[in-house]
Design a protein around this ligand. Sequence first.
Ligand code: NI
Length: 136
Amino acid sequence: MKAYFTRAYTLCASHRLHTEALTTAENRATFGKCNNPYGHGHNYRIEVTVGGQVEPNTGMVINMETLDKVVGEQIIQRFDHMNLNLDPLFAHRVSTTENLCIVAFDLLAAALTPAILEKVRIEETENNFFEYSGAR
Ligand code: NI
């Protein structure tokens, strides 16, 4: 028997899509206005899904306060109102929302054990959604 709990969080951060693997012209052609040297910001909505057995005594998969604490420490405090490009985790990867999903998933999965992190889903804009469910 497995149940899932998803909780949403808001994260405001800036970034610039740019990689040193490409030339200036290639960066501009690949990332368009998202390669603007001054960057731009998003109000990301991050959905964190935890799965597992429902603990008989509490009726819960995970205590919401536990999840809030882990997400707060691992994600919100680290990235909220920050420039993603300046974080060491983005030193060698483009700060796309695909990569933000992966970074967030890996940070949370390590901190949430023994609860199982099933998925991180991020809404970057009202039209763009990204998901990552771990390396499997
Ligand atoms: Ni962007």
